[in-house]
Design a protein around this ligand. Structure first.
Ligand code: SAH
Ligand code: MG
Length: 431
């Protein structure tokens, strides 16, 4: 039973990027620093005010700001405090609730659910904003770094929040009654480490690609879409039931059809050797290896923590002899072997480079598969997002599609299945 809904604030309940950016720039002007482009500032959000000002100062001074000297430290603190005061005075000039949030929070109350906000924003600012937007009455608890020093993604922050709710209501909620909803990978990682279900919001402020690679159980464009699922969520703790419901009701959630398509391809084309670029925590590698005991997977991951998690997962499945995990940047990893199928599933901005490097590693009839070429419809319709880093990414995906279409060495088929999959194989030479 899901009874406690814990929301991230910025990018999940509220669209606050512009106000924050304006306040940072006010502070910079006040202290005589160059202003920073709004889109850039918004991309710097997610890890709290200190990290934001640090990144913004680096950008504003072109890396010249001296964070180490006594003078620099003093200036930094002055600037940070000025910014926080100013933001506290001006938190809701442009900030709005995302569509449907008020209705969602009201419905949750009507259904007797408990709600909390877990934010890395200073608590008094969070509270002011929720008051001004008239939703504070629907929220049972706000937890910020002022209440508990450990910030997201530390799962202790979630455990603390659940504990406080239990204290307040005499309830005994635990992992299986909690759902964490957020727009950044930090929220999802926090929820996963704590052990509850997670929902990702794709049109928030956070980096969408990072969000999805943290693998939320469900993902929606905006948080209010979970309103349709409240009853399913309440009755069921099984995500696959929710996915089924979503398909039947045509609600867009994290799609699995893409990987089903790849599995079908592997089985129907008798693929025996697979190279995967982007392991994450081994989810897809394990799925491929389990299709047939003759299949061997080699997979590369750049992030050490994920690589370690993948290793454990592969060991738990007893697949270490058939899944070879490599830690490193796939653009720099020398690989000599040839593969029947190469699955590119790493940083989308680098797809062309991955393709160029790994086309040398194909067996005679080998294919290169790439996923997420539609990027939730944004590749076709860029107006679906206003997120700066997402727009940049979508443009890169479009370039990759153009690259494949105009490639004379390879022929490519594009499938609308899942989130858009392409299959490319070498054009047969004259012989
Ligand atoms: N294939 C996985 C999901 C991969 S998510 C699955 O379906 O379960 C993409 C992963 O690619 C992330 O974990 C990211 O850290 C990794 N990545 C990004 N750039 C990379 C690079 N240059 N080399 C190797 N891995 C990379
Ligand atoms: Mg957020």
């Amino acid at each position: 039973m899901t009874d406690l809904y814990i929301f991230d604030l910025d990018g999940t309940l509220i669209d606050s990027g512009e106000d924050i950016a304006d306040c940072v720039n006010e502070a910079f002007s006040h202290f005589g620093y160059f202003r920073v482009e709004k889109e850039k500032l918004i991309a710097f959000l997610g890890d709290g005010a200190r990290a934001l000002i640090e990144r913004a100062l680096k950008e504003s001074t072109r890396g010249k700001f001296d964070f180490e000297s006594d003078f620099g430290k003093r200036k930094f603190d002055e600037l940070l405090n000025w910014y926080l005061e100013y933001y506290y005075e001006n938190p809701v000039k442009k900030t709005k609730l995302y569509a449907g949030i008020k209705e969602l929070l009201r419905t949750l109350k009507e259904k007797g659910k408990k709600t909390a906000v877990l934010t890395n924003k200073p608590g008094r600012i969070a509270k002011t904003i929720l008051e001004k937007l008239e939703v504070e009455k629907y929220i049972d608890l706000i937890v910020s770094p002022d209440d508990f020093a450990k910030k997201k993604p530390d799962p202790a922050a979630l455990a603390f929040t659940v504990g406080k709710i239990n204290e307040k209501f005499g309830s005994s909620f635990a992992e299986d009654s909690v759902i964490m909803i957020g727009d950044s990978n930090v929220d999802i990682e926090c929820g996963k480490a704590y052990g509850c279900k997670t929902v990702g919001c794709r049109s928030g402020i956070g980096d969408t690609e990072k969000l999805l690679s943290a693998r939320p159980d469900l993902s929606f464009a905006v948080a209010s879409e979970i309103e349709k699922f409240i009853d399913v969520l309440s009755e069921n703790s099984d995500i696959s039931e929710i996915q089924k419901f979503a398909m039947e009701n045509e609600v867009p959630i994290l799609q699995d059809e893409g990987s089903t398509f790849i599995c079908d391809y592997i089985l129907s084309h008798n693929v025996k050797t697979i190279l995967e670029i982007g392991t994450a925590i081994g989810f897809s590698s394990i799925r491929f290896a389990k299709l047939n005991p003759q299949i061997k997977v080699t997979t590369i991951e750049i992030d050490e923590k994920r690589y370690e998690t993948a290793k454990k997962n592969v060991e738990n499945e007893n697949l270490s002899d058939r899944i070879e995990l490599i830690l490193g940047n796939a653009l720099e990893t020398p690989i000599d072997k040839k593969f029947d199928l190469i699955f590119i599933d790493a940083a989308k901005a680098q797809y062309i480079k991955f393709f160029e490097k790994y086309k040398e590693n194909l067996t005679e009839n080998g294919v290169i598969l790439s996923d997420n070429l539609s990027f939730h419809g944004m590749v076709e319709d860029l107006s679906l997002t206003h997120n700066y880093s997402t727009i940049k990414l979508v443009k890169k995906i479009r370039k990759y599609i153009e690259f494949l279409k105009s490639n004379e060495e390879f022929e490519t088929e594009f499938h609308k299945i899942g989130d858009g999959v392409s299959v490319s194989r070498k054009v047969k030479g004259e012989s």
